[in-house]
Design a protein around this ligand. Structure first.
Ligand code: IPD
Ligand code: CA
Ligand code: CA
Ligand code: CA
Length: 264
């Protein structure tokens, strides 16, 4: 029998320890490298944090697998058993430039079903946490269930890229939505944006391209808070390949899909 309480306790403990290491790293010199392009950054702290989780998980739960952004874990091509999907620093650009607006994100899945979601806003010491079927919490305080909101009163989070010329999406798709909502925000950390939707600080977040580690932790939070999670077409998320993502308060999801996303 899987002891989920034990997994949950360790996951929380480790994410807090890793957060403390990240806060301490502000005093030290960062080693910054680029990955796929000059704006795709990675630091020694991204790698060290992923390695920290990998060491802890391998030692404590040898049967579990780890899918992490920096590739230190397993080559995961299916979701059988227990898989930890980890983004050691989500919002690396913010971590480097702003020393805020970044998070550690962990989703723990069993046979493809999200069981535990954790997003840690390290600088604010705010830990968003959800366990399947038991609601969503912020620093152990239950987040009230999300309520419906209309487009004209909604705050939508998205990157400005998606309303300019880009390779993924015709910019005329999202422009009318940007015009009609009450306001837009852009935080540069998908995991935080998902946690903010779960906490009711944002009403929706939309993006045509993410990787599984960007959304695995946050998607569980939103489901447990009573929000809606899908890709841009209304399909379930793919925790191996990643893809587009559209999350929101209840009701708003249908309104946006029917009135703004039907020509995708
Ligand atoms: C990035 C952030 C960003 C999103 C990018 C991600 P990273 O993650 O979540 O908000 O727009 O698509 O790659 O690389 O900082 O972990
Ligand atoms: Ca990255
Ligand atoms: Ca990320
Ligand atoms: Ca990352």
């Amino acid at each position: 029998m899987t002891n989920w309480k034990q997994i949950d306790t360790y996951a929380k403990k480790w994410i807090e320890e890793a957060g403390e290491k990240l806060r301490c790293s502000f005093e030290k010199k960062l080693n910054i490298e680029t990955k796929t392009n000059p704006n795709d950054l990675v630091t020694n702290m991204d790698r060290e944090t992923e390695q920290f989780f990998l060491d802890k998980i391998t030692e404590t739960f040898p049967g579990h697998r780890v899918l992490g952004e920096e590739g230190m874990g397993d080559a995961v091509s299916d979701l059988k058993g227990i898989v930890w999907i980890i983004d050691p620093i989500d919002g690396t650009m913010n971590f480097i430039h702003q020393q805020r607006n970044f998070a550690i994100s962990i989703g723990i899945l069993e046979d493809g079903i999200g069981k535990i979601g954790l997003v840690y806003d390290v600088v604010h010491d705010e830990l968003y946490h959800a366990f399947k079927g038991q609601g969503a919490y912020m620093n152990d305080k239950e987040i009230p269930k999300l309520k419906e909101v209309a487009v004209k009163e909604a705050i939508l989070s998205l990157n400005a890229t998606w309303v300019t010329e880009n390779k993924k999406l015709d910019p005329s798709i999202l422009a009318p939505l940007v015009r009609d909502v009450r306001g837009t925000r852009s935080y540069g950390s998908a995991a935080l944006e998902l946690a903010f939707v779960a906490a009711g600080r944002l009403d929706a977040y939309i993006t045509p391209r993410l990787s599984p580690w960007d959304f695995a932790g946050g998607a569980i939070l939103i489901e447990e808070a009573g929000g809606e999670v899908s890709d841009l077409y209304g399909n379930p998320l793919d925790y191996i390949k990643g893809g587009s993502l559209f999350v929101s308060k209840p009701g708003l999801h249908k309104e946006i899909r029917e009135n703004y996303l039907k020509n995708l």
